[in-house]
Design a protein. Structure first.
Length: 328
């Protein structure tokens, strides 16, 4: 159906106002071809209602070459305007040919995010609130292991208190939970607070006051458990009496570590190795770190780790054992 006439197959019925030139252009042919196909004597005079034959592929007449308007010529390259490209319609514009699914580019694969290992995660800020374990997350240095190994050593894995895959509610307040997880991995269960051996009775500006009898009882218990291949969780004090250890029930203990072995160093001193959970770095927190050792204070009978209480981070501070947590 057209505006000024009707077409059926290869014929066209002339309507009022039609000219032969318009009909030829509309049907992609020429005036001369229309005249020859319809034996017209005067191409300038065609009557309304006349049935014209439109020359085409089925009627034996040559179809006219493609015609382009000036506007389409200016927008189309010579290659696209020559009519030889497959899929090029009249006017020289290339009609897009849908590609079969087998030739279409594959959609980009959706890659699920993979959690970074703890050692590659961005360092978190140090939390210095009164109840947190001050920890240096930016310290990635590797500590050379001690060369003098303990004579007695348990098979206890080191676990960071910041390892959320193993420690419930991991973080700055999770040292005791991490210590109990390490003990459990070694096959022992830590008993509750009421069963503790309370070594420290009070805390002052220079450290804790030690109950010598409790200190000796605690050491005897630790020796006995180590000989059975069982680690022992102990609480330690590492801060002055500043009221910052209110979260622990004895009001003295600041932190918890796991004693894993016993030996004698080159100076003849008895030492006890321990795992410290207050870091993300195994070489810093594990008992292979030569700084992770308790010695016996001859004056009090208590265990201590030499060091200053003024150090910024807990893994670098001096420790004094404040309580021993027996196993079940």
């Amino acid at each position: 159906m057209t505006v000024n006439g009707t077409r059926s197959n290869n014929s066209y019925r002339v309507r009022s106002g039609d000219t032969l030139g318009e009909i030829a252009q509309r049907h992609n042919t020429t005036v001369d071809a229309l005249v020859r196909a319809n034996n017209l004597s005067d191409p300038n005079r065609i009557l309304s209602g006349t049935q014209l034959t439109i020359p085409g592929a089925t009627d034996g007449f040559e179809r006219a070459p493609l015609r382009m308007s000036p506007a389409s010529q200016s927008r189309t390259s010579p290659r696209n305007a020559d009519g030889f490209d497959r899929g090029t319609p009249a006017g020289g514009r290339i009609a897009p040919t849908p590609r079969p699914p087998s030739e279409r580019p594959a959609a980009p694969a959706v890659v699920a995010p993979v959690p970074l290992p703890l050692s590659q995660r961005p360092a978190a800020p140090v939390v210095n609130d009164s109840s947190a374990t001050p920890t240096d997350f930016n310290d990635t240095s590797v500590i050379a292991p001690a060369t003098d190994l303990p004579d007695v050593r348990t098979d206890t894995p080191w676990i960071s208190q910041f390892d959320g895959s193993k420690v419930p509610d991991s973080g700055n307040l999770a040292c005791f939970r991490a210590a109990t997880v390490m003990a459990r991995e070694a096959g022992v269960t830590v008993t509750d607070f009421e069963n503790r051996i309370q070594v420290a009775t009070s805390e002052g500006p220079d450290g804790i006051t030690v109950n010598r009898q409790a200190a000796e009882q605690g050491r005897d218990y630790i020796d006995q458990q180590l000989s059975l291949g069982r680690p022992v969780v102990v609480g330690v004090d590492h801060r002055n009496n500043d009221g910052q250890n209110k979260d622990n029930r004895d009001g003295i203990t600041d932190h918890f570590v796991v004693i894993t072995g016993r030996g004698t160093d080159e100076q003849g001193r008895v030492f006890y190795t321990f795992h410290d959970p207050a870091t993300r770095h195994p070489s810093k927190g594990a008992d292979t770190n030569p700084d992770n050792r308790f010695f016996v204070d001859e004056q009090t009978g208590n265990l201590y780790r030499p060091g200053s209480r003024e150090e910024r981070y807990v893994t670098d501070r001096g420790f004094q054992v404040s309580m021993v947590r027996p196993n079940a």
